[in-house]
Design a protein around this ligand. Structure first.
Ligand SMILES: [Zn+2]
Length: 320
């Protein structure tokens, strides 16, 4: 067990076909016909966490909460925190302010109605909260979120966010303040590379991840580990993706569960909100979003704005 720093263990609850921004991935109209593997894989993660005595934050895609409400209830009844991973799992670049507000408001309500517990945190699909979509912070503040865990302050498929803060910090925008929990990155040759989640966690050897995490913890900085249920599922169907994307989504699936077990054994973890409550006094720095938005005005009309979350998703979500 490492020193006293608590890290954050997070899971983005989505299924094997929730591939972002890809012509090859099935459109949302096909999702109901595809094999559900998220429920069983999430249960497997719940089991790993229970064995290790770890509580985590699960950022749940609203569509999954609609299709598999019992998964959400099982996460909550095991004592984990629930956060929103949007309803349709669409990158923020494809939203405008109005569609994102509608999406996060409804996805949050869906989760809160299912469990009776408040949802305080949001994570954008694909770390798509970048300088170009920094307007989203205002939407999150207006919708009452207390924290966000979307920024990747390093290289990222959707651009990353050139932020001076590699650890948890405050964000100030026109409509208020919230806490940002960025994904963990490792400084290499003047750039920062994510090391603590998704394909990076599957690709990198465990000794490198442990060493980067220890380096963060030595300076009092918590790591933010992010997993997906599909990460521990070597038997998932493979999609015909371009070669670079196949590598990203399918590399290292066989060894991932073992790495998660070792992380759970070697480090301490908390859900995001517990960590924030215990560490408010040592949050590093304030990111001023209005100056970022002024330098990166929103695109006038995103071409692929997703539809509103369907009304049917809310009819059966009465509390536990
Ligand atoms: Zn996601």
């Amino acid at each position: 067990m490492s020193d006293g720093v608590h890290n954050m263990m997070t899971v983005d609850v989505e299924d094997w076909f929730h591939i972002l921004d890809s012509e090859e991935a099935p459109g949302r109209e096909r999702w109901p016909d595809l094999e559900d593997r998220a429920a069983a894989n999430t249960d497997r993660l719940l089991q790993l966490f229970a064995e290790a005595g770890v509580k985590a934050t699960f950022f749940v895609v609203g569509w999954i909460a609609w299709q598999a409400p019992d998964v959400v209830r099982r996460i909550a009844s095991a004592g984990h925190e629930l956060g929103s991973h949007s309803f349709w799992h669409e990158i923020l670049q494809n939203h405008d302010r109005q569609s994102l507000a509608r999406d996060v408001e409804r996805s949050r309500k869906l989760l809160e109605d299912l469990t009776g517990a408040p949802v305080r945190g949001f994570r954008a699909p694909g770390a798509s909260l970048t300088e170009a979509t920094a307007w989203a912070f205002d939407v999150l503040c207006e919708q009452g979120f207390a924290y966000d865990a979307s920024i990747c302050p390093g290289i990222s498929s959707h651009g990353g966010f050139d932020s001076p803060y590699p650890g948890p910090h405050r964000v100030r925008c026109d409509s208020g303040e919230l806490v940002e929990i960025p994904s963990s990155t490792l400084a290499v040759g003047g750039r920062r590379i994510p090391y603590a989640g998704g394909g990076y966690l599957r690709l990198f050897p465990y000794w490198l991840i442990r060493s980067a995490l220890r380096r963060d913890n030595r300076v009092g900085r918590p790591a933010n580990i992010y997993l997906h249920p599909r990460e521990i599922d070597p038997g998932q169907p493979r999609m015909a993706l371009p070669i670079a994307r196949r590598f990203k989504y399918y590399v290292g699936l066989r060894g991932a569960e073992r790495k998660v077990r070792r992380l759970l054994r070697d480090f301490r973890f908390s859900p995001c909100w517990d960590w924030i409550e215990a560490n408010r006094s040592c949050l590093g720095g304030v990111l001023d979003v209005s100056s970022v938005v002024a330098a990166h005005p929103p695109r006038p009309e995103p071409s692929r704005v997703p539809p509103p979350p369907p009304q049917e998703a809310f009819s059966g979500a009465a509390g536990v």
